[in-house]
Design a protein. Structure first.
Length: 193
């Protein structure tokens, strides 16, 4: 995979490289990569997330399986009583007010049974690192057991739960994603941004 020379490599951290086979493009957003991989023409492309950049233009990248862009993952914060779970839910939704989350996400306050409650945050799997960092930087803490991952989301959806309260979180993307014809028109461009 041959990459173009990057004059300011640090501005690409958090964005993606797409290897189309005959060429590569640097600087795609997660929604753009997801749209490309969902298309018939580009479904076999390889995607890499840029995790770090160095002054000499060297990039620290990690390959991302294409199915990741089709999955939801999440974190589940358990509590033994409704008051604790409600406090966890409020802290999480208030964090989104003071510090915009890195992606869209849904937050649920749910009841599993008489003595098990959960605050759940569910989001696109390609944002797992960013959501973890957002929660850590926001000092989000709970007192109960925590579970996370794609399988945890599946189990949650398959469980007999009662959603008590729900909230949708929205992000303000640092880079606006292109869609449709605008995205497809630029796939041959080496530097997307």
């Amino acid at each position: 995979m041959k990459l173009p020379e990057l004059k300011k490599p640090e501005k690409y951290v958090g964005l993606y490289i797409v290897d189309f086979g005959d060429h590569t493009g640097v600087g795609f957003t997660a929604p753009e990569v997801a749209e490309l991989l969902e298309s018939e023409k580009y479904k076999h492309c390889k995607a890499y997330k840029i995790h770090g950049a160095f002054p000499d233009g060297t990039l620290e990248i990690k390959g991302i399986p294409s199915q990741t862009f089709q999955l939801e993952t999440g974190m589940f914060f358990y509590a033994a009583d409704i008051d604790t779970a409600d406090t966890d839910f409020e802290k999480l939704t208030n964090l989104a007010i003071t510090d915009t989350p890195p992606c869209r996400a849904k937050v649920h306050l749910s009841k599993y049974n008489q003595d098990k409650f959960v605050t759940a945050i569910i989001y696109p799997a390609e944002y797992d690192d960013e959501i973890s960092a957002w929660l850590t930087n926001g000092l989000y803490k709970t007192s109960g057991q925590v579970e996370g991952g794609v399988d945890a989301v599946r189990r949650y959806y398959d469980s007999d739960i009662e959603i008590i309260e729900r909230h949708q979180l929205f992000s303000s993307p640092a880079v606006e994603a292109r869609t449709g014809e605008g995205l497809l028109a630029g796939v041959k461009v080496a530097l997307q941004r």
